[in-house]
Structure formats: C-alpha cells, structure tokens
Design a protein around this ligand. Sequence first.
Ligand code: KG4
Ligand code: ZN
Length: 343
Amino acid sequence: MIILGIETSCDETSVALVTAEKKILAHRVLSQMDHESFGGVVPELAARAHLQALESLCAQTLQDAQIGFDQITAVAATCGPGLIGGLIVGATFGKALAYYHEKPFIPVNHLEGHALTARLTNDLEFPYLLLLVSGGHCQILAVENVGCYKLLGTSLDDAVGETFDKVAKMLELPYPGGPSLEKAAQKGHPDRFLFPRPLTHQNNCSFSFSGLKTAVRYQIEKSMPLDPQDVEDIAASFQKAVADILINRVENAFKMNSHLKTFVMAGGVASNAYIRGKMEDFCQTQNIRFVVPPQNLCTDNGAMIAWAGLEKLRLGYESDLNFSPRPRWPLEELKLGRNSFNV
Ligand code: KG4
Ligand code: ZN
C-alpha cells in the first residue's frame, strides 16, 4: 500500500508518500512566507499560493520516491478543519488526481492526521491520551481507535499556538511566532516573571489562555522600553507558564482516566523542545509512556494525512469523491460520517 497525502489547510503546502510498513518514501513541505509582512496568515494569499505550488510539489514528491502513479494505492487530502480556500484547492486537486488515475480518494480530517501521526512514527496501540496543541486547537482526547475520539477537555478561548503567536507579536519577534518565541526563551530566565496559570485549580481538563496573554501584555507595557534581555525573560516566563498549564491539565486527565497508560503529544506546539522536555519529565515521574513524533511531523505535513488516509482505507473506508471540504469539522463528529465504521 502506498498512499499519496496532500495537506493545504493553513499555510503549509505539503505532499508525501507513505507505505503501510510506516515508511515515508518522500515528503515535501513548502512553508509560505508571503504572510510575513502581514504578521499572520492571510487566507486569500494562502489559497492562491497552494494553487500555484501544488502541482509541481506533487510531481517532485513522486520523482523523489522514483515511483509512478500506477504504484499508488489511493490519494488522501485534508478536507477540514482549516481555511476553506486552501482546503478547496487541496481537496479538488486530490480528487482530480484520484479520478483521473482511477484510485480511491480518502478525505482526511486534519486533526485526525495529527492524532494518528504517533502511530506512523512509533509502535503504538490504542487507546492513548492525546494532547493536541496547534494553531487552532488545544484539546485533550482519549484516542480509542481510528475515527473514535472522546473529547476530555478543550480551550475555552484561545488555542495554545495562537497564544504563542500573539505573544510573539507583542514582543515584536519575527513571524512565524511560535518558533521565534521558543528561540528567544532559550536565552531568558523563566522565573523572572510569574504569569498566571488559569484554571489549574479546577478539577477538569479545560484550558484558558486569554488571562495569561493579557498578563503578558500588562508586563510588556510595564517594562517598556524593552531591552533584549526583557524580551527573552518574558518569553521564557510565558513558555514556562504554558508548560505548567499543559502538564496540570494532562495530569488531571490521567487522574480521571486511569485506564490510559500512554501519553501522546501532537500538533505544531508539540515541536517546542522545552515543552517536550517538561512533558517527558512529567511522564517519567508518573510512570506513563510518552510518545511524541519528531518535530517536523508535529507541524503541518502531508505524511500525517497520507498515514491517516491509510489507516482509514485499511479499515474499509470507501472512496468519497463527493465529500465537501469543511472549515469546521470536530473530531467527535467523525463517527457520524457517511463512511462511518465503528470498530
Ligand atoms: O499544527 P500546526 O502546524 O498548524 C495548525 O494546525 O494550526 O501548528 C501551528 C502552530 C502555530 O501557532 C505555531 O506558532 C505553533 O504551532 N508552533 C510553535 C512552535 N512551532 C510551531 N509553538 C511553540 N513553539 C514552537 N517551536
Ligand atoms: Zn495542524
């Protein structure tokens, strides 16, 4: 089985070829930098850039793997959630390829791509506890099977990645914000400022980041004009607060779901080395297995889409050329889909 995966839900255009033996035959990711001068992703620009890049990126990926379309089993493309323009470009391109070459087309939920990546990179059985931390989402889920996700908690306001991006912008760090903030934090003192850890006293798995973001803004205003050391210290103190919040919420989730013994982290923020280290330490103290994909497979990529497509296909999911891309598509709704399979 070889699956071609296409990812276009935000500002990364990516194509990959993945096998059932968990081999990534080829993988190309094109990060759009056109958004730099705007300080954030401009949906219209992103859609146009996907359209411009996709065809040659796909041809290059096939060439990297030295295979032709006849060797491909199916095409999988992200069909949501995400920016609708990009989703339409990727889904339509994937459907056209599949139709022309008479292969099945598998629509993939982007969050499911993140959720299953650890099964591509590691030997990992169901069930596991998942912390999904990306630009648009912050959720804790019990992953029970492909297509079967139980939401245990989510952010009541901003997503974690979004908070990283906003704080980076306030600190005038370069775009993209998350990685820049992590870099600045490496040289900072994480205990210089004590930022709040919202909701950590609550006995549930909810998150809130808006109070933390506001506290950082007040501190920036108070410390003006900022010298480089101030920027680094604020970044490090903020990052420490985020790690503490995430660990506290995950700890609660394990207390409330004691049958789960494995912890998986996924999504763009899971590429943050400081948070990975803190989570690893936490899991060690709790005797919990910790699994996190390599950093380049935490941020958006086509390999996770190919893999999720493969997992669905081998469970009997049928080709679906009529699937319409969905800007909003919660993981819990997967079970209700047309091609539902309760395993
Ligand atoms: O999963 P992802 O690539 O795209 C979405 O599905 O949203 O996640 C992107 C998010 C962005 O908000 C980005 O700033 C954040 O992940 N991110 C990071 C790091 N790398 C990416 N946040 C903190 N530290 C990083 N190293
Ligand atoms: Zn993502």
